[in-house]
Design a protein around this ligand. Structure first.
Ligand code: URA
Length: 233
């Protein structure tokens, strides 16, 4: 059994190594304390359902603001009560793609930040034995290649589901330079799998944990994100 100090040190090393290898957008160094505070609540197995949902909303707000850094904005001129000023507004359409089921946990908050976004859904189930992803639902609107696509999946584990979704988006007309993958906790395996096949996809995350266990759960992780958020465990 590893001590908390040791796990924290290993996590820091994993993240530094990944950043040094250019595997991640440098998102983990932003708003570090806020992220740590809310993920501590999510990771604690004794956290209540209500507190888990609140912490999810707080983390999702941080991630939504980070995602905005990767989306084109255009200048607009407006007027304060005192003088004209030049501000910013969205320049292009945004499509949110929550991966069912746990991607739904991030959706309400993302819709507050991306109010006019279209929402496309994908559903893949993970075979508990093989950890392979199987499609059971897909509802995409038309993709022109001009839109920014934000994929929502709080736990990036093996990357199998993520890569399946990215392949489907590519064949449906998405511009792979305009895809942002948003996750709360990642395993190094998942990041590597995405970056090997889709190096231009941006990954925004709070934490890169150390490894996957033999059931392909992220360690230390937080358990099953959807079960904990929806109260189904
Ligand atoms: N999905 C989860 O909810 N948790 C994990 O650890 C891995 C995949």
């Amino acid at each position: 059994m590893k001590s908390t100090k040791m796990i924290t040190a290993i996590l820091a090393c994993t993240q530094t190594a990944l950043l040094a290898n250019g595997l991640l957008v440098d998102s983990q160094n932003k708003m570090r304390n806020a992220k740590q505070l809310f993920t501590t609540i999510l990771r604690n197995k004794n956290t209540s359902l209500v507190d888990y949902r609140k912490a999810t909303d707080s983390i999702a707000s941080i991630l939504a603001c980070e995602a905005m850094d990767h989306i084109a904005l255009k200048k607009v001129t407006a007027q304060t009560q005192l003088a004209p000023f030049v501000g910013l507004e969205f320049d292009t359409n945004v499509v949110l793609v929550p991966i069912l089921r746990s991607g739904l946990c991030l959706l309400p908050t993302f819709l507050r930040y991306f109010e006019t976004a279209r929402v496309d859904f994908v559903g893949l189930a993970r075979d508990e034995q093989t950890a392979q992803a199987h499609w059971y639902y897909k509802n995409f609107g038309t993709l022109t290649g001009n839109e920014y696509i934000i994929i929502l999946d709080p736990m990036l584990a093996t990357g199998g589901t993520a890569v399946e979704v990215l392949r489907k988006l590519k064949t449906s007309g998405a511009n792979m330079d305009k895809i942002i993958f948003v996750s709360v906790v990642c395993a190094p395996d998942g990041i590597e799998k995405i970056k090997t096949e889709f190096p231009n996809v941006k990954i925004i995350t709070v934490s890169v944990d150390t490894h996957l266990n033999d059931k392909k759960f992220i360690v230390p992780g937080l358990g099953d994100f959807g079960d904990r958020y929806f109260g189904t465990e």
